[in-house]
Design a binder for this molecule. Structure first.
Ligand code: DQA
Length: 146
């Protein structure tokens, strides 16, 4: 199957960005780890990090043309703001898992609301870089059930 991992704004700073909240693993470390795991399970993994909402929206649109089967999404700050990205995901009707490094429910109140949770297959939050590997495992087990 073909999986797409989408990462929102400021996640390019992982490793040095608020390490007490987000850890010291870089996004590149996570990308390499996930790509290897997907390949060893016989799947293909596409990857994008963008600080621009329209780039994420357009990547979701292309995902439909490319027959992407499943999306892993860390919308970052767009979690709490982006109707546009939500509408893109419901528009292409590709199943997705919402994921966060931090436990968004244990932080500032504005992080508790997500524009994605009610349309996601499920949500994983609070396990640092491991949230990505847990989300991938969940996606692989979901793939058979589309
Ligand atoms: C985040 C949580 C968001 O609230 C925040 O804006 C981020 C990262 C996380 O992975 O914990 O940028 O999505």
């Amino acid at each position: 199957a073909r999986l797409l991992v989408l990462n929102g704004p400021n996640l390019n700073l992982l490793g040095t960005r608020e390490p007490s909240v987000y850890g010291t693993t870089t996004l590149e470390d996570i990308r390499v780890r996930l790509t290897e795991r997907a390949l060893s399970a016989g799947h293909q993994l596409e990857w994008l990090q963008s600080n621009a909402e329209h780039e994420l929206v357009e990547r979701v649109h292309r995902a439909r043309q490319e027959n992407i089967d499943f999306i892993l999404l860390n919308p970052a700050a767009f979690t709490h703001t982006s109707v546009a990205l939500r509408d893109a995901l419901t528009g292409v009707d590709i199943p997705f898992i919402e994921l966060h490094l931090s436990n968004v429910h244990a932080r500032e109140p504005f992080r508790a609301h997500s524009y994605f949770t009610d349309v996601a297959r499920g949500v994983i939050a609070g396990f640092g870089a491991e949230s990505y590997t847990l989300a991938l495992e969940a996606a692989l087990s979901q793939l058979g059930r589309n």
